[in-house]
Design a protein around this ligand. Structure first.
Ligand SMILES: [Zn+2]
Length: 454
């Protein structure tokens, strides 16, 4: 593929950010600047309590800020905010560190009524880095009792982003839906667009993020059915879906984790976040913890049996042995057990090899569907419990035909930039810049919104 517009190689990948959470875009220096006048007044309980649960250590944020200001250095803040390799790939730990920023956001939002200062800082980082197109995602708290708060927040956010967008720095917005109430919140997004038609060009998609364990893609079936119908009825405001899946999946078998990624794509998600389950070698995945991925709920095992029977021929073609008679017998014996009971099965080399073939099968299906995998190297190494750069799923993705985009995810928390992430992939794959550019293409092709009928 020729380089676009005579730009240096990888320029397209380094200037188009498709996977970033706006609230993960604040760096430790921002927190110090935003907290320096208020740290004694901020309600830190969310951060302190979650940090204590995750790290068995109760932090004192007032003392941390005082020390950072006194010593004129970021170390005390960074130690409790930047999520590093030593934090051990645990989503609860990640969330606990993130909560330091959330407490500051809340103070600037509710206490000072100046939340836009926070958003402005994040966008300023990206402008300075030279990004030219960004799709921001934001998850806002949701309470059934106050649906209007959801609408108001996202309206404010979308309007801010729309006003911040210009031809040199184009900004779009994906609204994150809580996994526990997708259809309900999707209806609120539609209400927001009904009431604010001027925001339609900016609100181009929806996102599923945060803890995935406990929320099988199948639970979003009604949402996707409704979305498909609405998109057909009103193509001028069609919304696309980005879906975090196969990122953290210690609650289930490797087969189920692969299946979840495939199911999310089949349901209609156009881009999938992470999909570590499709690219991390099964032997490495299973060795990450004692008895990792050996146990899962009966309901998951039954879903896996249904999947295997449905895809029997295609799986066999990919080298996955499927014994339909044995699966039906197993289904018969499991169906009398409660869905949340655990079923445990140890791994052996044959089973691990079959999982490898399942990954190939699912990646082939994603490629055929045109689904894009958004890979976020640092995030996967730190939250996603990918043990080493050589094990990173990006190697398998690059070797497959799947469409691939690189994202920074939460650059402030990981203390990285999009360019760092692209450089990481180049460095650890040994590809030349031209070869990587040729494989990735221009991520702008995977933007949400451009397919909309005008
Ligand atoms: Zn993400």
């Amino acid at each position: 593929m020729p380089l676009s517009d005579g730009q240096p190689p990888l320029q397209a990948a380094k200037t188009c950010e498709l996977h970033v959470h706006l609230y993960g875009g604040l760096f430790a220096a921002d927190l110090l600047a935003l907290g320096r006048d208020y740290y004694e007044k901020i309600d830190w309980s969310l951060f302190v309590d979650s940090f204590e649960r995750a790290y068995s250590k109760r932090p004192d944020p007032v003392a941390l800020f005082r020390e950072a200001l006194h010593r004129q250095c970021l170390d005390p803040i960074e130690a409790h905010y930047v999520y590093g390799a030593e934090d051990g790939g645990d989503f609860a730990r990640f969330q606990a560190k993130f909560n330091m920023a959330i407490c500051i956001y809340r103070h600037w939002w509710k206490g000072l009524d100046k939340v836009e200062e926070i958003w402005r800082r994040v966008l300023a980082h990206h402008r300075r880095e030279g990004l030219r197109y960004v799709e921001y995602r934001v998850m806002a708290p949701y309470d059934h009792a106050h649906p209007e708060a959801f609408v108001q927040f996202h309206q404010l956010m979308a309007r801010f982003l729309q006003q911040a967008s210009d031809p040199g720095f184009e900004v779009r917005y994906l609204i994150s839906l809580p996994r526990w109430a997708p259809l309900e919140c999707y209806r609120l997004v539609q209400r927001l667009l009904d009431e604010n038609e001027d925001l339609i060009p900016t609100v181009v998609g929806l996102d599923f993020c945060h803890f995935e364990e406990g929320y099988p893609p199948a639970s979003t079936r009604a949402f996707f059915r409704r979305l498909r119908r609405d998109n057909e009825l009103r193509p001028e405001r069609a919304l696309d879906v980005a879906y975090h899946v196969g990122e953290v999946y210690f609650d289930k078998s490797l087969e189920s984790a692969v299946r979840w990624c495939h199911e999310a794509a089949e349901l209609g998600a156009r881009r999938l976040g992470h999909c570590t389950a499709l690219g991390l070698d099964p032997e490495v995945a299973a060795a990450r913890r004692s008895q990792a991925h050996e146990c899962e709920r009966v309901s998951e095992r039954l879903a896996q049996i249904a999947y295997d029977l449905h895809h029997e021929a295609a799986l066999q073609d990919c080298g996955v042995p499927v014994d339909a008679q044995a699966l039906m017998r197993e289904r018969g014996s499991l169906s009398a057990r409660p869905g949340d009971a655990l079923v445990c099965r140890a791994y052996d080399p044959q089973r691990l090899e079959a999982v490898r073939r399942r990954q190939d099968f699912a990646l082939g299906r994603l490629a055929a569907l045109g689904t894009v995998v958004e890979t976020c190297p640092t995030s996967n190494l730190r939250i996603g419990a990918v043990p080493d750069a050589k094990d990173h799923p990006v190697h398998r993705f690059l070797a497959s035909d799947v469409r691939l985009a690189i994202g920074a995810d939460d650059p402030g928390l990981f203390d990285c930039t999009l360019a760092d992430e692209v450089n990481w992939v180049q460095r650890h794959t040994g590809l030349t810049a031209d070869a990587l550019q040729a494989r990735l293409g221009d991520p702008r092709h995977y933007r949400f919104g451009p397919r909309r009928a005008r």
